[in-house]
Design a protein around this ligand. Structure first.
Ligand code: AMP
Length: 451
């Protein structure tokens, strides 16, 4: 199929020419007429398959020029990085179209965004939280939204955005087209669809869980963190081969730890992204990696989801993800747009079960390589790898119910007395049941000066 077979228009054809795309990708070919028809659509496609253009081509094809201020297309994505990326893609396609596109996301000044919204927009790309805040502030009017795109629905739900999405559905016009894209069809995605959408057309180009064919997968059994570092160092020494490498780790602390190691081993070649880094730092890291300034990017799963970075030569799974779907997303960052990529998996003894789940999901066994002889095997363990010393019942240790309360003993009688002051007056008062003096003889004298 060629782009000519799709019913595009001249501005779009020109933009595609400039981008140098030769033919639509399978998801683009399949999605075009369904999305253009205005029906609700669920697309199952991983990043790298050209899914952004799969929904944007028909949406832009049908978006008429308008001067109205209220946006007509709303695109929701789970992370700020994706907002930036999707806006970028739409701008490329809109090179010859006169339309207004705005990306909004949290963590930045809402007032600046309010001003931009107030200038009038056609397409808004947003993370759910910030979108809702803007809508509630009434600066952003959603009553003209005709098409709602939710991209990376599965990540959206993984991140706990279901409630936010429902709030947004509530304030959108009922008559609208819903377009959803997800890399995997999880139960959560299925529930969301059956709860909120009427009979959407499903399109999918790869069965969820099927690895892209142009990714070569390899794995190593590695005993521990430090040996993983040694093996990684060994692999990365080949700078020509490993020229753009995405390294995944499960959590932030590990990302920082590995970044520190790599920064020592390969100074000024590494960048890192995880959710504790500032927005600017994250965007700069991605840019440095994308532009080839740095060849290594250490990332956590959530941060890297949906990121589209060209020509990633290798994806290294520094750890084996607990959820096999994460492995699929990770390796999907390489082997993109018909290019051969390599995915390498490191697994410790503890991670073997997770590795098995990955293989079960794909129904293949990954080719296992031996750790090269010149990689030294470390016996040193990091905190998380050391055996957890669990304390069993210890009769000498006091149990909670035996814990003493605050120190307490009965006071001696003499110590029970309270010092009330003015003992003479009280004694007299007790004796005579009324004050000894009826007035204060000195009252006038004392207050004379004040009057
Ligand atoms: P996506 O799956 O939307 O993240 O897109 C993956 C990459 O493929 C992006 O960099 C797009 O610019 C690129 N792309 C999209 N459509 C095509 C196409 N028809 N031919 C070649 N590259 C494409």
């Amino acid at each position: 199929m060629t782009f000519q077979d799709l019913n595009l228009n001249t501005p779009l054809y020109n933009a595609i020419d400039d981008l140098g795309f030769e033919s639509p990708t399978p998801i683009q070919a399949e999605a075009f007429s369904v999305v253009a028809s205005g029906k609700d659509v669920v697309g199952i496609a991983q990043t790298g398959t050209g899914k952004t253009f799969a929904y944007m081509l028909p949406v832009l094809r049908n978006l008429k020029y308008s001067k109205q201020d209220n946006p007509r297309v709303l695109i929701l994505v789970p992370t700020r990085e994706l907002v930036v990326q999707v806006v970028n893609e739409i701008e490329k396609l809109s090179k010859y179209i006169n339309n207004r596109i705005l990306g909004v996301y949290g963590g930045t000044n809402i007032n600046t965004q309010k001003q931009a919204v107030a200038q009038g927009q056609d397409i808004i790309v947003a993370t759910p939280g910030r979108l809702y805040d803007l809508a509630v502030s009434r600066v952003l009017q959603l009553k003209s939204i005709q098409r709602l795109v939710i991209d990376e629905v599965d990540v959206m739900l993984d991140l706990g955005f279901r409630h936010q999405l429902m709030n947004i559905f509530d304030i959108l016009p009922e008559r609208r087209q819903n377009i959803m894209f997800s890399a995997t069809m999880t139960k959560d995605v299925d529930d969301l669809i059956s709860d909120f959408f009427i009979n959407p057309t499903k399109i999918s180009i790869a069965v969820s869980g099927t690895p892209l064919e142009n990714i070569k997968q390899l794995r190593y059994d590695v005993p521990n963190f430090y040996t993983k570092v040694n093996l990684l160092e060994h692999l990365l020494q080949d700078e020509d081969e490993f020229s753009r490498v995405l390294i995944f780790v499960a959590y932030k602390k590990m990302a920082d730890r590995l970044f520190d190691k790599l920064e020592m081993l390969f100074p000024n070649q590494t960048c890192v992204i995880h959710s504790n880094k500032t927005q600017n730092y994250r965007l700069r890291s991605i840019e440095q990696f994308r532009e080839g300034e740095h060849r290594l990017l250490v990332a956590t799963d959530i941060m890297a989801r949906g990121l589209d970075i060209d020509d990633v030569t290798h994806v290294i799974n520094f750890d084996t993800p607990d959820y096999p779907e994460n492995y699929m997303h990770r390796i999907g960052r390489t082997g993109r747009a018909e290019k051969e990529g390599i995915a390498i998996l490191f697994s410790t003894e503890k991670e073997q079960e997770a590795r098995q789940r990955v293989e079960d999901l794909m129904d293949i066994s990954i080719e296992t390589l031996k750790i090269p002889d010149d990689v030294s095997i470390s016996t040193e363990l990091i905190e998380e790898e050391r055996p957890q010393i669990k304390e069993h019942y210890n009769p000498i240790k006091r149990r909670d119910e035996d814990a003493p309360g605050p120190a307490f003993h009965e006071k001696k009688d003499k110590n029970k007395k309270e010092n009330l002051g003015g003992s003479y007056r009280r004694e007299i008062a007790k004796k005579y049941k009324k004050p000894k003096t009826r007035g204060d003889k000195n009252y006038n004298r004392r207050n004379k000066n004040r009057r």
